[in-house]
Structure formats: C-alpha cells, structure tokens
Design a protein around this ligand. Structure first.
Ligand code: MN
Length: 360
C-alpha cells in the first residue's frame, strides 16, 4: 500500500480490509474442501472463521459505500471507526494464524496427506504475510499528517502525486483496476518526478545564469507539467457515480454553446478518437469568448501546461519581427521588453490568481 493517500487513507484501508478478508474467507473454505476426512471440530472452526471473515469484508464494503461520496472530508469519528475495524481485522488474522498452526500440529487428517499439508501451510503463510505488511501502519495520526496541506503554494520542485479520489477498482467494469494502478501510481508519478526535476534545474540556471540547456528543461517543464496537471484533473473528472448527460450550469452552457448535449458528445468523441498519436481531448472554458470549446492536445507538451493561465506572451513567429529585425530574434526580444505593458499583466494576474485549485 502506498503512503501518499492523506485524507483518503481510511478508504485505502477499507479497500485493503475488503480484499484481505475475502481472501481469508476463501482460504477457510478451501481447507474444508481440500482436506479429506478433516476432523469435525476443525470443520466447525473453519466454518465459523468463514462467517467472521465474510462479515468483516462486508462491513468494509458497506463503509466504502458510505464514505465514498464524502471521501474528501471523512469525519474524524468515522476515521477512528475505520481504524478500529483495521485493528480487529489484524487481531482476527493473528488468531487465525495461531489456530492454523495448532491444526497443522494436531490434525491427523492433515498430517497424513502431504498435499493438504502444503495447502494449509501456504494459507498460513499468506495470512502471516498480510500481518507483516499491514500491522504497525494503522495509526490514524499517519493519515492526518498529510491531510491538512490547506492552500500552501507548491514550492519549486515540490509537486506531489495527488491521491486517487476513489478505490482503484471503483471504475470497474469500465476502467479496470490494473490500468488504474499503473496509470496513477507509476505513470502519473513519473510526470510529478519529471516536473520537479525540470523546475529544480531551471532554478539552478537562474542562480548560475547558465541557460545552456534552457530549451531542454523548458520542454521537460511543459511535458511533465501538462502531464501532472492534466492527470490530476483527469482523476477528479471521473467517478464511480459518474456517467449520464451533463447537468446543472455546465449542462446548460453545453446546450447553449454546442446546440445540444448529443452534438457536444459527438464532437468530443470524434475529436478524442482522432487525436493523432498520444494526447488528450479537453473541454475548455474560454474567458475571452465566454464560450465552451473542445480542443485536441496532440502531444500535450507542445501546448503548455494547460492548467496554467497565460499572463505574458511573446510572439516569436518570424512574422512578428522580420520586417524590422530580419532574422535577429534576440534583437527583437530586447526591443520587445521596452514595450511590455506591466499594468495590464498585473490586472490579468490579479484576476487569474483568484482561481486556486488544491495544490499538488
Ligand atoms: Mn495518462
């Protein structure tokens, strides 16, 4: 289990408990089915365990359903109850291991059948593995540590992977668990690392004045920054309770700007299907036209970081300086600085800075 989940930690634990108890219920059944002539006392014991594990797994499932809609602000009391459930789950497994151990020593039926013995031994080891991995990591305080990031700005090189706002398998059967694990834990994490690296390198350049590799690091900044911001947005714009037509103000705006929801959906799907190579299709709001628009982002690094708002652009297409400066772009840039309208940039900045997403 990854320790990056902050406020989603209780949900991650519930997910873990559910998986783990289902496994143990299955194991209790498997022993009954695969040990010929198992003594009735052990059969009875395993039946009881099966019930206990099933009930605990169901309890976790119920909690997940209750907490998912309020995943971003799970009340401390609920978190404490989750912690209790985890502790009880661990205690169950400890006791189960102890009893399997006794069974291995005392059951004649298991003793005389090598295959049965191997199965029970393996099951015991699986439970021990769960204990080792999960015990000692249940402190609520660990969840709270990362919880309150409030509205701190992200320092240079300090981006972090946002927690997935639902369980890995929550989007099944539409998006599968394995994909989500790789996509979020590995691929998105790579963007975060790459972005931090680029920011740190550029900071170093500002200190030393050495901009030899500026082109490379600017590219990395855009590629990884776009990747990080778009994925952060991507996770939040999907939900296990999602689907259906757009509702509320966005639904109205879509109908207004695209004619109908169906027309919008058709254009969006077609645009997404026809992105050349890797990329995205994005529904955007243009503060300029006061309209929604659908854009393709082929190779997202070619198109800024997307989540960011332009404040001060310089056009370096040749048409913007060729008549006066011919091919001397550097001269044009020097002259351009003489005409930058800072009061307007300031005005834009003040409006843009009112928009603040949760920092990651
Ligand atoms: Mn991706």
């Amino acid at each position: 289990m990854l320790y990056i989940y902050g406020k989603y930690m209780p949900l991650r634990w519930l997910e873990e408990v559910q998986r783990w108890k289902q496994q143990e219920a299955g194991h209790a059944l498997l022993i009954q089915q695969t040990v010929p002539g198992l003594e009735p006392e052990y059969v009875k014991l395993l039946k009881e365990w099966q019930e206990v594990f099933t009930a605990t797994g169901q309890c976790a499932a119920t909690w997940i359903r209750e907490l998912l809609p309020i995943a971003k602000s799970i009340p401390p009391k609920a978190a404490q109850q989750v912690e209790e459930l985890v502790k009880n789950s661990l205690a169950q497994t400890r006791e189960f291991v102890a009893q399997l151990d006794k069974m291995l020593k005392n059951s004649a039926a298991i003793a005389k059948n090598p295959v049965s013995r191997t199965i029970v031994q393996h099951i015991k080891e699986e439970s021990e593995k769960n204990l080792k991995e999960l015990a000692g990591k249940t402190k609520l305080t660990e969840w709270e540590l990362r919880d309150d990031k409030s509205a701190q700005p992200v320092p240079v090189g300090g981006h972090t992977l946002p927690p997935l706002p639902y369980a890995y398998d929550a989007l099944e059967p539409y998006i599968d668990e394995d994909t989500m694990r790789v996509h979020h834990d590995i691929l998105h994490k790579n963007y975060v690392n790459g972005l931090n690296k680029a920011e740190t390198e550029l900071q170093q350049s500002r200190k030393t004045g050495d901009f030899e590799l500026v082109k490379h690091w600017e590219r990395e900044l855009a590629f990884n920054g776009a990747g990080h911001y778009l994925h952060t947005l991507f996770w939040d714009t999907m939900s296990p309770q999602g689907g259906g037509a757009a509702v509320g103000p966005i639904g109205n705006q879509i109908e207004h700007d695209f004619g109908s929801y169906d027309a919008f959906k058709r254009q969006f799907s077609q645009a997404a299907e026809k992105v050349e190579g890797g990329g995205w299709t994005i529904l955007v709001w243009s503060p300029r036209s006061h309209r929604l628009e659908i854009l393709q982002a082929e190779k997202h690094q070619n198109l800024s970081q997307w989540d960011a708002i332009p404040l001060l652009p310089i056009d370096v297409w040749e048409h913007s300086y060729y008549l006066k400066h011919q091919n001397k772009r550097a001269d044009y840039i020097k002259d351009w600085w003489r005409v930058v309208n800072w009061p307007y940039v300031n005005e834009r900045f003040l409006k843009a800075s009112k928009l603040q997403w949760v920092p990651y």
